[in-house]
Design a protein around this ligand. Sequence first.
Ligand code: ZN
Length: 58
Amino acid sequence: MSSARAGANSTAFAVERDWLPEVMGFVPCTACGELTARAYLRVLGERHVCIPCSGYER
Ligand SMILES: [Zn+2]
């Protein structure tokens, strides 16, 4: 038996996982850098901070 294996397993897979968190609806907090959902993000002037950084209303 002659095992003639054609190793034509070229990986032509372009791994492009360069997705930005912002696309998912997440924005890094300007203060702590924590990824925060836009829904929970507060805009202070030109800053985007998470709820805890914005003062955290209790
Ligand atoms: Zn924060």
